[in-house]
Design a protein around this ligand. Sequence first.
Ligand code: ZN
Length: 83
Amino acid sequence: MGYRHDEGLDYIKQYPKLRKWINTCICCGSTGYNPELPEALTKNWGQGEFTTAAARNIRKYFNLLRVNELGICETCQKLNPIL
Ligand SMILES: [Zn+2]
């Protein structure tokens, strides 16, 4: 880590398309990246697909956060087994 949480959120604000790779737990509000985030994200500039730094940056700014189909992270699921 070594990065403040806010930096990751600022980064996502700059690139709203990346938001789909960010999970936010509806219970505790913690954020992290989706485990399905590909190794590298590509962008089509009109001359073909180019790999962007986005996936690497997301991994730099966020920890992995797995949420269930209700949007609840594993920590909260353990704390609230009824969910
Ligand atoms: Zn949670």
